[in-house]
Design a binder for this molecule. Structure first.
Ligand SMILES: [Zn+2]
Length: 196
């Protein structure tokens, strides 16, 4: 079997490796430097696995833009069991993409990944207007916050996990946090990578 990233033959070094079925070779897996960690943003824990470096960026791009669906297994794979235990009670709320981006994509990238770990979808999120995220002023970002519309009433004991691929402050995630953090105590964010 060949590594999905570098295309080199995956070496099976030990019995342990024989039992595993990582789609990346050991070298690429090591270079990705994944680890489940968290920080607080607006008093909400943001969990993530990778730093948004060149390697992560190119794998994510290959998955999303080239629509290489086999890659969906690569991102959470080593942390799959841990992930299932830690986030068992949470339901997934996916940050919507702008229509512009969606036209280029025929599958919902994060939903496809999360489904592998049994994540249930909490509710659909609609955007009232299509706004492009980058380089907006504070006032325009406020407008984005009001732009989200959840197709469900949030209850105080709902466990909600906001999901996106990459976290940058001032991104659409902060709008989503603002929109629901007063509604439930059980709100966390999970992203694959964080821009440092
Ligand atoms: Zn490789």
């Amino acid at each position: 079997m060949r590594c999905l990233y570098c295309d080199k033959e995956i070496e099976k070094l030990s019995l342990l490796n024989l039992l595993e079925d990582d789609l990346l070779c050991l070298k690429c897996r090591k270079a990705l430097n994944g680890r489940l960690r968290r920080f607080k943003y607006e008093n909400i824990y943001v969990y993530y696995l990778y730093e948004y470096d060149d390697m992560f960026k190119s794998i994510l791009l290959q998955y999303k833009e080239v629509m290489d669906e086999a890659l969906k297994e690569v991102f959470i794979y080593p942390y799959g069991s841990l992930f299932k235990i830690l986030f068992k009670r949470y339901e997934a709320l996916y940050v919507p993409s702008s229509k512009l981006k969606m036209e280029k994509r025929n599958f919902l990238a994060m939903e496809e990944i999360m489904k592998l770990y049994g994540a249930k979808k909490y509710a659909d999120v609609l955007m009232r207007q299509e706004l492009i995220q980058a380089g907006k002023s504070l006032k325009e970002r406020r407008k984005m916050r009001d732009n989200y519309y959840l197709k469900r009433d949030v209850k105080a004991d709902d466990y909600i996990m906001i999901i996106d691929d990459v976290f940058t402050s001032g991104s659409s995630i902060s709008g989503m946090i603002e929109a629901i953090k007063g509604e439930t105590k059980h709100l966390i964010v999970f992203v694959l990578a964080v821009v440092k």
